[in-house]
Design a protein around this ligand. Structure first.
Ligand code: ADP
Length: 679
């Protein structure tokens, strides 16, 4: 086959989300026309907007759209696409898809069907790997599935052992067995799970490594017999056997180990006649021994960390190899520069067992300038933009944040800054969890293994322990916004007693957004008292008896500088509804900000009417008209500038009348309610 025969000028990407956008970016740079495919849930998705052309595949369910082989091939024919890039997931490791493309004369950007098949079955793959002299986890992967024989093999290996479904994947049909007494029950459980998930109940047994790291090698082969490795990635930080944070190169590798693993990975690929990008996954034991786990016959989610340290574009390599060209580099020409991390941004709630979240992303931005970062240090591979909807139909991964630094510590610091600069609103994400991971001392100290998250559960999921400085900062940000709004309005129109020059006290209630959602447990409120220093931009803030002299300066983008008693710190300010989020490279402070009462007038008489402090909407009336209330009791809530403001009773008395109901729009200065103090 000559390389001319393989040339194509239109590429269809049979995927969605960040990987579809990422592949099209390179294809466009190479002068190719790009074609997207979409389901009914993705009519206006980011990847569709990015493409030159797009074809509807079918309904939202993946089975009827992104997994529908006939529809994908039909889309390629309709658009004259000479090649299909499958991304990861969906049809990327589907042998029938690859065979159907071969039949249709469309180039598959990936390995031949035979190579996918060779790695598809864990037991068969292990047998092939043994053949190619690739080290395996000690264990049994034979055809004989007799109970007594399996039991005997497990004994020979020595406990703990791991049972795995030969046909398995995605962590299904997999179980750790601690002792021989538990073997039979585990075997039966795994077989049941595997039959249900894969229609096949063959098992293999492996020695269970107690503290291994997940280290994988990126390999590349062309159709001319060349094969290279592009070094390794450490993906030990996993939740439910799924990767969360990845880095390259793997820390602590010696040159010998890197070469030994790299060469074993290339041997593995060549053993099965591999062409294109592939990843050979190994378990690396504490003593430096490494064992083949599986080969992923596609581009991996975490490929960008390899691109960052090698300076190569792996999608470009894939497309060139698919066009029949030889590999762009030889092994000797590949080098490692610096260190890279990738953090996967998922729409999920880590505090609720990583439950996927949905909704509309009211904001999805990365404020690099505000975080003091350069664009060459950070890359955001995103499948979404502000305004997009996150549906429940597909994988909850929204984007990947990838950073580069001169060494691991520098890259980690950049990762923490970049995570702080990411502003996602409207949908719950794992951003703060990623920050807790990436700032964790054990992670920094290289205490890596596949059970990292489990081991550090207590600190990674800890409830928030904010310092008085955090409360003071949050109170100040809200106060600052409030005074700015007021100073832009005429001071003579003010009826709520919020006088800027009088030394009055404003009380701010701050509470944890999580606990205020659940009605059972009383949300812990922290009250900050603020007094504006007359004629100045500074405040005296009191938190739990501790007093700070505080001031705020706005910086670039979302960034502000907050000075507390002469200690100035730079923060990024984000808002999600009435939740105020202050982020810095060490993590985030997330608090509901509310004004406790309009103003404490001291000796002044209690006001009899309440006026709207600004334009906004009434969120809720908290008592009935005519109700007798005690001083400080919340009466109504209004929302303005995305923040909620609670009006509370200034004294014991009676609410005579409300002038608005929930949902009404009010203008600044409108009288909201009539109040009669009881004495
Ligand atoms: P799947 O194909 O279902 O994803 P893998 O075989 O790739 O399963 O294993 C997934 C994860 O399970 C690994 O990344 C590792 O954390 C853990 N694991 C697998 N085999 C072993 C083993 N023999 N000892 C210890 N942990 C293992």
């Amino acid at each position: 086959m000559t390389s001319e025969m393989n040339k194509f000028d239109t590429l269809l990407v049979a995927n969605r989300g960040e990987i579809a956008c990422r592949v099209m970016r390179t294809a466009r740079r190479m002068g190719l026309k790009t074609v997207a495919v979409y389901s009914d849930a993705d009519v206006n998705a980011h990847h569709v907007r990015e493409a030159d052309e797009a074809i509807r595949l079918g309904p939202a369910a993946a089975r009827e759209s992104y997994l529908n082989i006939d529809a994908v091939i039909e889309a390629a024919k309709r658009t004259g696409s000479g090649a299909i890039h499958p991304g990861y997931g969906f049809l990327s490791e589907n042998g029938s898809f690859v065979s159907a493309l071969e039949q249709a004369g469309i180039i598959f950007v990936g390995p031949p069907a035979s190579a996918i098949a060779a790695m598809g079955d864990k037991s068969a793959a292990k047998a092939r790997m043994a053949n190619a002299d690739v080290p395996l986890v000690p264990g049994y992967h034979g055809d004989n599935q007799d109970d007594a024989l399996l039991f005997e093999e497990a004994d020979k290996i020595g406990y703990p052992v791991m049972l795995k479904a030969s046909a398995g994947g995605g962590g299904k049909g997999m179980r750790v067995v601690e002792k021989s007494a538990a073997f039979q029950a585990a075997l039966e459980g795994c077989r049941r799970e595997s039959r249900a998930a894969f229609g096949d109940d063959r098992m293999l047994i492996e020695k269970y490594l107690v503290q291994p790291r997940h280290v994988e090698v990126q390999v590349f082969c062309d159709a001319h017999g060349n094969g290279v490795y592009l070094f390794e990635r450490d993906c030990s930080v996993q939740r439910r056997h799924q990767k969360v944070l990845e880095e390259a190169p793997a820390p602590g590798m010696t040159l010998e180990l890197r070469q030994a693993m790299g060469n074993a990975a290339v041997r593995a690929a060549q053993e099965i006649g591999y062409v294109g990008a592939g990843t050979v996954e190994f378990l690396l034991d504490a003593d430096g021994s490494f064992y083949f786990m599986e080969m992923n016959t596609r581009l991996q989610v975490e490929h960008p960390v390899t691109e960052m340290i090698t300076g190569q574009d792996l999608v470009e390599w894939q497309l060139r190899v698919a066009m029949g060209e030889p590999l762009p580099c030889t092994q000797d020409e590949l080098t490692i520069t610096g260190h890279s991390f990738e953090a996967r941004i998922y729409a999920e709630d880590p505090d609720q067992d990583f439950l996927p979240a949905t909704g509309q992303l009211t904001r999805f931005t990365l404020d690099l300038a505000g975080a003091g970062l350069q664009s060459d240090q950070v890359r955001l591979d995103s499948g979404v933009e502000s305004g997009d909807t996150v549906s429940m139909h597909y994988d909850p991964m929204l984007a990947k944040l990838i950073v580069h630094g001169v060494d691991r510590n520098a890259a980690l610091a950049t990762l923490n800054r970049a995570l702080a600069a990411l502003d996602v609103q409207g949908v719950i994400t794992n951003r703060a969890f990623l920050q807790r991971l990436a700032t964790h001392p054990a992670f920094k100290n290289l205490e890596l293994d596949t059970r990292f998250i489990e081991r550090h559960e207590a600190t990674l999921f800890a409830s928030h322990n904010y310092a008085p400085e955090d409360y003071a900062s949050a109170a100040l940000v809200g106060l600052h916004q409030l005074t700015q709004e007021r100073e832009s309005a005429s001071p003579w129109d003010r009826h709520d007693g919020f006088r800027l020059n009088a030394p009055h006290t404003v009380r701010i209630a701050l509470s944890d957004p999580k606990s205020s959602q659940s009605s059972e447990n009383e949300s812990p409120l922290v009250v900050v008292e603020g007094q504006r220093n007359p004629g100045e931009q500074s405040w005296r803030l009191t938190v739990n008896g501790q007093t700070f002299s505080a001031s705020l300066t706005s910086l670039t983008g979302d960034a502000v500088a907050i000075t507390l008693d002469g200690h100035r710190r730079r923060l990024q300010v984000q808002r999600d509804g009435n939740v105020l989020i202050l982020v810095d490279p060490d993590g985030e402070t997330r608090l509901v900000w509310q004004r406790m009462d309009a103003v404490d007038h001291g000796q002044h008489e209690v006001q009899a009417s309440f006026t709207a402090p600004m334009h906004g909407t009434v969120v809720a009336l908290l008592v009935e008209a005519g109700a007798s209330v005690e001083k400080g009791m919340p009466l109504m809530v209004m929302e303005a500038m995305k923040m909620e403001h609670t009006m509370s009773a200034p004294a014991n008395g009676q609410v005579e009348n409300f002038h608005f109901k929930a949902g009404d729009t009010v203008s600044q200065g409108d009288v909201l309610l009539d109040f009669a103090p009881s004495e």
